[in-house]
Design a protein around this ligand. Structure first.
Ligand code: 6R9
Length: 676
């Protein structure tokens, strides 16, 4: 893909420039050991057998009590999976493995500094540490089933320990990506009404020790201003005495976990028997408004789904060493670093730092030293690794049987490098398409049964029945290669249950477009709208073309354009703001910001910087804009709407099309001159 001929007014237009490629086939050595090689799978998971086929997924878990009903549709479209069943996620990820595997490594934690060496946490050790921390949460922090707690922690072994301790007690965790700013963290504390925040003193990033606790001191202040007091801040210490935790503890609020844990050594906490439909966690994600939404995931459905996906699509066996390089602060980390692999009793790798630190070989050294055989990452990381060290993988002695990609489309030429150089031509690659809201995969090829097709994800995974609609709600014929809005016809257990505190937004956003009967209790009336454009080729493989809403995918992370624009508008001089995606070699997309000023203010480099900084402060570094252009006016329609399409074309050096219908066509050339 070359950047120059792309008019990136939408993700879809970029993707259309790609060429379809050949198929690649899984090696026999993989097929022989694959968890899923079953020619009857399509028939067993056909729509006429819905929802009963999902029992098979639930049976991968250990239940205190089996369910009364597989799917309860009485509160459509808030589906209840495995209604009446009782289980505990922490028990399923830890306790049930102890009889046979207590000495096996559950978590390999790899610190960024190589001299710190790897920490290997066995299942027995995980059991002890989760129990002790759960006792602390219950007795010191006074948390109980159904309470929400915000966790703002870097990649560390303590992060899954914290999550699993919450799950043990039925506390709903809301993990906020460690790189998010104080302000973004505060918004999530407020929305979830968390009175307890859990943090860590510090972590390494590109060789620098960052004071993380200071960010959360500020988050507490901001949250209180917005009406939610954090009465307890639990601080894990990774570097006792080295960072501000020693000197700047806030009396009556801050508790150093390492100290407090001494009161709980040897404590055991019985897992709470949770109803399958009770929430397990919230994961905030960007949408079309300025306010991120808390996707609420349930316990039984979610855990059954991610366990099945880890087993059948990622082909995780208990003896595998599996490394997913995502951050636990995103859904990929929740489902495919923590819950899925641990529910299967595998060894999961957590790497603290930057993939290319201190050199381009770091990832492959980790893979070699831990004997990783399943590797999972995003195209943005693959592009970066390819750029800095195209020949590095060959220098290391590791062998991947399976590699997953997630988060954004992968260009065929990048896919081929991943396959040939990283996978040494011997690994299966699965391009998994899914979302925060969907809990687990929607589309992927079946690694032991179906060929790989670079640039495409696969068909719907077993149980998922996709359907593509055009704008008028007509079904686009299967395999026609025509683009439309991809939806899922049937509910599935991994799907989120609602938006925390906002059922109306949940129903409107995900079901509003194609539901014709809002009072229907029949799942067939409620196709789930993914918000992505896609097309299905004649072979049934789906190509994702990108978002149909106002979301930009930067390095595989979702950023709402409205979130960035709202951040810019906090600068008093700014009258209007508009964000467009610009193609970027590594990140896929980058936001570029256009602003206009209120009367009486003049453009200046200082003001540009002020706006740029406001975005980073409000959201985090991932939202940093390529440029901030202060324009005399925005291109607008006669009804006053900002024409983002025109700005997008200018940013990407594309054709702006016919602009004569604009209210102010002359502005287009002025902006072009400024930007070129
Ligand atoms: C898991 C995750 C979801 C959005 C999604 C789509 C894009 C995800 C993709 C992909 C093409 C893939 N996306 N996987 N696009 N091919 N394999 O990424 O969740 O952060 O919520 O993002 O990412 O646009 O709608 P999330």
């Amino acid at each position: 893909m070359s950047d120059k001929n792309i008019v990136a007014t939408s993700d879809a237009e970029i993707a259309v420039h790609w060429q379809e490629e050949d198929y690649f086939y899984p090696p026999p050595s993989f097929i022989h050991q694959a968890n899923l090689v079953d020619e009857t799978i399509g028939d067993r998971f056909s729509l006429d057998k819905f929802p009963e086929y999902y029992k098979e997924f639930a049976e991968l878990l250990t239940w205190y009590k089996y369910w009364d009903e597989v799917l309860d549709t009485s509160d459509a479209p808030c589906w209840k999976w495995f209604r009446g069943g009782k289980l505990n996620a922490s028990f399923n990820c830890i306790d049930r493995h102890l009889t046979e595997n207590k000495n096996k490594t559950a978590i390999h934690f790899v610190p960024e500094l190589e001299e710190e060496r790897v920490l290997h946490v066995t299942y027995q050790e995980l059991f002890v540490r989760v129990n002790e921390f759960a006792a602390l949460l219950r007795d010191t922090a006074k948390l109980k089933r159904g309470d929400r707690v915000t966790i703002h922690m870097p990649m560390s072994a303590e992060l899954p320990i914290t999550m699993l301790a919450c799950a043990r007690l039925g506390i709903i965790h809301s993990v906020v990506f460690g790189g998010f700013s104080a302000s973004a963290c505060a918004d999530r504390i407020v929305d979830s009404n968390s009175r307890v925040l859990i943090t860590m003193d510090a972590y390494y990033r590109s060789g620098k020790l960052l004071d993380h606790k200071a960010v959360d001191d500020e988050a507490c202040v901001l949250a209180e201003k917005e009406g939610q007091k954090v009465d307890t801040l639990l601080v894990w210490q990774r570097y006792p005495g080295r960072m501000s935790t020693k000197t700047s503890l806030v009396g009556g609020r801050d508790i150093v976990v390492n100290e407090e844990l001494k009161n709980y050594y040897g404590a055991r906490v019985k897992p709470v028997q949770m109803l399958a439909e009770e929430p397990l966690f919230l994961m905030y994600t960007s949408g079309t408004t300025g306010k991120p939404k808390g996707a609420q995931h349930g316990t039984g459905g979610y855990l059954a789904y991610v366990t099945a996906m880890s087993k059948y699509i990622q082909d995780i066996h208990p003896e595998d060493v599996y490394w997913c390089m995502a951050d636990i602060g995103w859904i990929t980390g929740h489902s495919f670093i923590v819950y899925g692999p641990l529910a299967l009793g595998a060894s999961t790798v957590i790497y603290e730092g930057v993939p290319t630190y201190p050199d381009a070989g770091r990832c492959w050294r980790i893979a070699q030293d831990l004997d990783v055989n399943i590797f999972h990452t995003a195209p943005t990381a693959i592009r970066a690794l390819r750029k800095v060290g195209p020949d590095e993988p060959a220098k290391y002695n590791y062998h991947f049987k399976h590699m997953t990609t997630v988060g954004e489309p992968i260009e065929p030429e990048v896919w081929k490098w991943y396959h040939k150089v990283v996978g040494k031509g011997k690994a299966v690659i699965v391009d998994t398409y899914w979302q925060t809201e969907t809990g687990g995969f929607l589309c992927a090829s079946l690694p032991g049964m179906q060929p790989m097709k670079p640039g495409s994800t696969g068909p719907g995974v077993p149980g998922i029945h996709t359907i593509i609609f055009d704008e008028n709600g007509n079904i686009i014929p299967r395999g026609s290669g025509k683009a439309g809005n991809i939806c899922i016809q049937n509910p599935w257990p991994g799907c989120f249950q609602t938006i925390w505190g906002n059922r109306k937004r949940f129903v409107d956003t995900y079901f509003g477009m194609y539901n014709k009967n809002p009072s229907s209790k029949d799942w067939r009336d409620w196709p789930y709208l993914t918000g992505d454009a896609a097309m299905e080729a004649a072979d049934g493989y789906i190509r994702i073309l990108g978002r149909i809403d106002d979301v930009i995918n930067v390095s595989g992370h979702r950023l709402g354009t409205k979130e960035i624009e709202s951040a810019a508008l906090t600068v008093p001089e700014i009258a209007e703001a508009a964000v467009v995606p610009v193609a970027h070699e590594i990140k896929g997309k980058e936001p570029e910001l256009y602003v206009s000023l209120k009367p009486g203010f003049d453009p200046s480099p200082e003001l540009q910087k002020k706006v740029a900084d406001a975005v980073v402060t409000q959201i985090g570094k991932i939202a940093r804009c390529k440029n901030v252009w202060i324009v005399p006016d925005m291109p607008k329609t006669r009804s006053g709407k900002i024409m983002r399409r025109v700005l997008g074309a200018i940013s990407n050096r594309g054709d702006v099309g016919n602009v004569m219908t604009l209210a102010n066509p002359e502005i287009v050339d002025q902006i072009k001159d400024m930007v070129s």
